[in-house]
Design a protein around this ligand. Sequence first.
Ligand SMILES: Cc1cc2nc3c(=O)[nH]c(=O)nc-3n(C[C@H](O)[C@H](O)[C@H](O)COP(=O)(O)O)c2cc1C
Length: 357
Amino acid sequence: MQINPYLFILPRTPGQIVWNYKDHTQHELDLDYSSRLAQLIHNPELYDNDNIIDTQLLNAGILTTSTINSPAWGWDELSKIYHIGTRNIPCEHIPKNIHEWARQYLEHCNEVLASSAPAHDMADRITGGRIALPSPSAPKDDSLSNALIRRKTCRSFTGSPIRLRDVGSLLYLTLGYLREREDDCDDSIAEGLDVRRSSPSGGGLNACEGYLLIQNVEDLAPGVYAYHPAEHALSLINRSPDTALGNLLGGQHFINNLPLGLFITARFDRLWWKYPHSRAYRMAFVEAGHLSQTFQLAATALGMNTWLTGAFTDDQIDTLLQLENGNEQPLFFVGCGESDGQAMCQEMRDLLRGTPA
Ligand SMILES: Cc1cc2nc3c(=O)[nH]c(=O)nc-3n(C[C@H](O)[C@H](O)[C@H](O)COP(=O)(O)O)c2cc1C
């Protein structure tokens, strides 16, 4: 008999909450159950099949007869609980198609809007005088300003193919190790940490990696590809998923025809190597955010529109990207393609207008 390794216990007078953070289940134990669990934690061999508390603890998965191996983890328990506890969130009903998605999302928005949003209270909180700033006057031909102003999240793509040349530019500008920066490093930079991307990287580790999901790119077969930032090259690592993209991304079927998507992952083992404190866990997400924004600006500058999400079931994406040992984890997804520029898909617009979808 063993204690399930994915538990933490919260004191909540008069009982204890035993939380299985992997299976997302909680059990409230009274004093008898808590005391018995304490005995079993001390010595699992005391398990007694004739003791009803023991059998209930076993049935609840708090005790287990099978050996459950904990994955490698280089930070403390706090970040491990948070990380595993936010993976594979059970969803009662994942929309199977765009109409289901539109109805479910509208219902959710209506529930949220039933209570008023927390105020943006900066103006009330900081009452001191204001220093007026000059009006923004970016020159019209400034491509960065244009990309910043034109970037928007679109949920209605045409599905038209993307040119391979544009994919090359997009990946190089987002994730590539910049050849233009090769000579721009000084002696203080340790060997192996001297490559540079267009986005900053925590500790210069470039812990984030990118995997392309290709659905419609000219001269590139659909499938899943790993991007090699030093070689500026792709490797095919898996065939296309055998399900619609929306099924992998939280039921958001409006992006089923997105021609290209990028999964941004983080090599936690690289971060563990340099930064032993779990605060570095936050940095992985910040770095992914930088890359996501750079991708969106580059895609916008190339004349495309973009969409992004963190809504996926981690295990499914691990399998798709062939990430096997937990050292590398998917964090975010960003995609691009030709769009009619609408922030919302037609099905949702119809629903809002009362037209039957
Ligand atoms: C961290 C993050 C997660 C997001 N997740 C989703 C998502 O799952 N689905 C979606 O349609 N949009 C998603 N968005 C896009 C936002 O809804 C969008 O940025 C917001 O409505 C503002 O619109 P804009 O991007 O056009 O300025 C996400 C944005 C961020 C930054």
